[in-house]
Structure formats: structure tokens, C-alpha cells
Design a protein around this ligand. Structure first.
Ligand SMILES: C[S@@+](CC[C@H](N)C(=O)[O-])C[C@H]1O[C@@H](n2cnc3c(N)ncnc32)[C@H](O)[C@@H]1O
Length: 426
């Protein structure tokens, strides 16, 4: 039995999550127990004060040390071997490996902060400080519930099927493979043949491959930690990067060298989306701030995503699912940063040769060597990207040379050739 002991000023927040599903059953089966200490019970003044103004001034209130430490000391008295954890955004980030470690404990005391956090001196009375992720919650109660849920499902016997927690995303160090249930065909999309084959060796192999592929596409940071066979290393190389592409309709030059906005075209969106899907790009942005053009682009995407087109041809749908519309290049950069946790390096493409161009081979090596760094390939429309974009770019790729004096590839052709040079099998 693993005992959780929560110290909080809002014990009522726990009642609903603890009285449903897995957590309810785990308590009924005697596999966990959850005790709640109302922090106000450890105050000594008439108003049951748990917070006060911060020394040095500043926003908000800080939780006082006396009631918190009294509650911790009480918990240590009652239990033989409690592990006392302060929930704080400054803590080590809680993950599946940490959950497995905590599932071995006998008693976990989880301290929920509120307001601007807790008095620094409380840290001396705890064994550990944990955060549930890089964002700020209003209080530690939801963080405590996340930890209780995640740890409880790892206790043997809590889940009906003993194997399933080991197959979940993160337990293997990878994201989980895609799951399907009935019906066999839904809106034109079929369950992969192999899952209907009954051949469990093949199914397991397919699942492992899909896990690796998905993890490489979405979380290359996880896959780099993996120890794996040669076959798996090959698989990783299929989608090794955090590469994005953006097709800019502004700011670009027209043939007279003026900075203009160009029109969105159906074919560019389709073809670059299909190339992006083929070469495993994480996203393809279409950039225009003209609302009418955005509407048109959205119409094209929706037709293939949810309209008639999605049933007619779902491989096209799969490609268009990666298209994202943005007003400006800055919006694209913000979006990639939000997804990857850091700003992308900008890789501009140009039909013009010039100083400091990065050869394709060098760029390819860079992508391979730094799979966790986001890169954003910039493609221009009209007569090419402006000097302002060039000034902001980290790299400018060498132009594609056809060996003749004609140098007018369409942007969708150039995009396909460049993606092949950067990511295609050699
Ligand atoms: C509004 S937060 C305090 C944030 C604090 N001023 C800071 O910037 O670190 C109030 C309480 O919510 C809890 N909390 C907020 N975000 C959390 C996270 N990511 N993981 C765990 N606990 C969190 C902590 O108990 C924290 O003391």
C-alpha cells in the first residue's frame, strides 16, 4: 500500500478526482490511501492565516513557513518513512522515470503551494522539490493529483492488464504506437492491414517501428536518449530532424524590385504539403496577412481535411494536415518556439548565388548532427525573399543549379529538390 498525504489549503479540490475510475478502485482495493491535511489546522492565530506579504515588496502573498513546517513535522511523526515533496515550478521536472521511483515508496507527502509560492526556508524541511512541467499553475493541488494518478497506475495490480503501463508512451522511452479499435473502416480511413493479420511477431515489429518513427518526428529529444539496434538507428534517420518550412507571400520582391504581397496558389499549398509530408517535416507554414487569401488557403485545406476531399483521398489529407496559416514570419517563429521550446534557426533559400551561401551537403550534416534544434526553411514567392528576410536569416542555402542559363524553377519544384538534398535517402 502506498500512502499519499497531501498538505493543502483546499482539501475539497481532491474529492472528485479521487472518487472516480482508477484512483477510486485503487483505494477500494487497498493499494493506495490518500490523507488530506488542511493547512489551516496548523495555524495558531484567530484568522487561521497561511500567507503574508513578501519581504522586499512585490506582487502577491507568500505562504508562511510556520504552519507548513508544523504540518510536515506532524506527517513525519505519524509515518515511518515518508518522502516529503514540495510542488514548485522550480523543482526537478516530474517524468515517467520519476513516477516509477515514487511508486516504490511507502508514503509520499505532497505539499501544495498557493499564491506566489512558499517561504524559501520551507525547502530545508523537505526531501525533494518537483515540478510537473514548465508552466505555472495557480496551486500545487492539480500537480499533486497528476503525480498521484501517474504513480498509482504503476503500482502492480492497479490496472486490470498488468502489461499496459509498460507499453504506455514514455515507459519505453518512446511515444506509444498508434492504436485502433472498431470499426475496421471509418470515414474512408482503414485500420492498417498488419493489425488484422493475427501475426503477433509482425505486429510487434510494426508497433516498435511506429513508436520510433513518431518519436523521431515529434520528440527527437527522447529518441536521442535511446539505446537501439542498427535497424532502429536506420529508422531514426527517416525522420531525424525538427525541420519546418514556410512559404512566404510577404515580404517578397516583384519583378521591378518592389516589396509586394503575392497571391496564394492552390498548387503550391498542395505540392509543398505533399513534399513536406514525404520528407518528414514537422510543419509547413503558409504566410500571408491578407485575410481574403488566408480564407482561400483555409478553404483549400478544409476541403482536404474534413470536406469531401478527405474521404476521396486521405493521403492528401495527411499531407495537408501539416499546413498552418500565419500572418507573418514572426508568428511562424513564435509558433515553432512554442512547439520546440526554442527559436528556430532560419534557413533562407534563394535562386541567386552570392557570398556566404551554405552548401546543401553542409546543411544536411547540420540537420543530422543537431536533430533537436529546430530549423525553419524559408521559401519565397514572386521574385524572391527580400533583403530584410536575408538579414534575419542564420543561413542562406546555395541556389539549385540546372547547368543552363535558365533559372526559373517554380517554388514548389525548388522546395521538392531542396528537401531531397537535405533529407532524401542518398
Ligand atoms: C502561482 S504558483 C507560484 C509561482 C511562483 N511565483 C514561481 O514563479 O515559481 C503557486 C503554487 O502552484 C504550484 N505550482 C505552480 N506551477 C507548478 C508546476 N509547474 N509544478 C508543480 N507545482 C506548481 C506550486 O505549489 C506553487 O507554489
Amino acid at each position: 500500500m502506498l500512502r499519499f498525504h497531501i498538505i493543502t489549503i483546499f482539501p475539497e479540490m481532491f474529492s472528485s478526482p479521487l472518487s472516480h475510475s482508477i484512483l477510486k478502485k485503487a483505494q477500494e482495493k487497498g493499494m493506495i490511501s490518500v490523507g488530506l491535511s488542511d493547512l489551516r489546522g496548523y495555524t495558531t492565530d484567530r484568522h487561521r492565516t497561511t500567507d503574508d506579504y513578501p519581504y522586499g515588496g512585490g506582487q502577491g502573498m507568500v505562504m508562511k513557513p510556520e504552519p507548513l513546517v508544523a504540518a510536515i513535522e506532524d506527517a513525519r511523526q505519524i509515518s515511518r518513512k515518508p518522502r516529503v515533496i514540495l510542488l514548485t515550478p522550480r523543482g526537478r521536472v516530474f517524468d515517467q522515470a520519476e513516477a516509477s521511483r515514487l511508486a516504490q515508496e511507502e508514503e509520499l507527502v505532497l505539499i501544495c503551494g498557493r499564491y506566489e509560492g512558499v517561504d524559501e526556508r520551507v525547502s530545508s524541511f523537505v526531501d525533494d522539490e518537483l515540478s510537473i512541467g514548465d508552466y505555472t499553475l495557480s496551486g500545487g493541488e492539480l500537480a499533486a493529483l497528476v503525480i498521484i494518478d501517474c504513480v498509482t497506475r504503476l503500482i502492480p495490480g492497479v490496472l486490470g492488464n498488468v502489461k499496459s503501463p509498460q507499453e504506455d508512451s514514455f515507459s519505453t522511452g518512446l511515444l506509444e504506437y498508434p492504436q485502433y479499435t472498431r470499426p475496421e473502416e471509418f470515414r474512408g480511413m482503414k485500420v492498417p492491414e498488419i493489425l488484422l493479420s493475427g501475426d503477433h511477431m509482425k505486429i510487434n515489429k510494426w508497433r516498435r517501428e511506429m513508436s520510433l518513427k513518431l518519436t523521431a518526428e515529434r520528440r527527437p529529444d527522447l529518441i536521442n536518449k535511446q539505446q537501439s539496434s542498427e535497424e532502429e538507428i536506420k529508422l531514426r534517420q527517416v525522420h531525424p530532424t525538427r525541420l519546418y518550412a514556410a512559404l512566404l507571400h510577404y515580404p517578397v520582391y516583384d519583378k521591378n524590385g518592389r516589396v509586394v504581397t503575392t497571391a496564394v496558389t492552390n498548387m503550391d499549398i498542395h505540392d509543398i504539403a505533399r513534399s513536406a509530408r514525404t520528407y518528414g517535416l514537422r510543419g509547413f507554414y503558409v504566410v500571408t496577412s491578407v485575410k481574403a487569401l488566408q480564407k482561400l488557403a483555409q478553404k483549400i485545406i478544409t476541403h482536404w481535411e474534413t470536406g469531401y476531399g478527405s474521404e476521396y483521398n486521405h493521403t492528401r489529407k495527411e499531407a495537408l494536415a501539416r499546413v498552418r496559416l500565419k500572418d507573418t514570419l514572426d508568428d511562424v517563429i513564435i509558433d515553432v518556439e512554442r512547439e520546440c521550446g526554442e527559436k528556430p534557426r532560419l534557413v533562407m533559400t534563394s535562386a541567386r548565388s552570392g557570398k556566404g551561401r551554405t552548401p546543401f551537403g553542409e546543411a544536411r550534416n547540420m540537420l543530422e548532427k543537431e536533430p533537436s534544434v529546430p530549423f525553419l526553411l524559408l521559401f519565397g514567392t514572386g521574385w524572391g525573399l527580400t533583403d530584410a528576410v536575408l538579414a534575419d536569416s542564420n543561413y542562406i542555402l546555395e541556389p539549385i543549379e540546372g547547368g543552363t542559363d535558365y533559372n526559373h524553377l517554380s517554388v514548389r519544384s525548388a522546395a521538392a529538390i531542396i528537401l531531397d538534398r537535405l533529407l532524401g535517402k542518398q
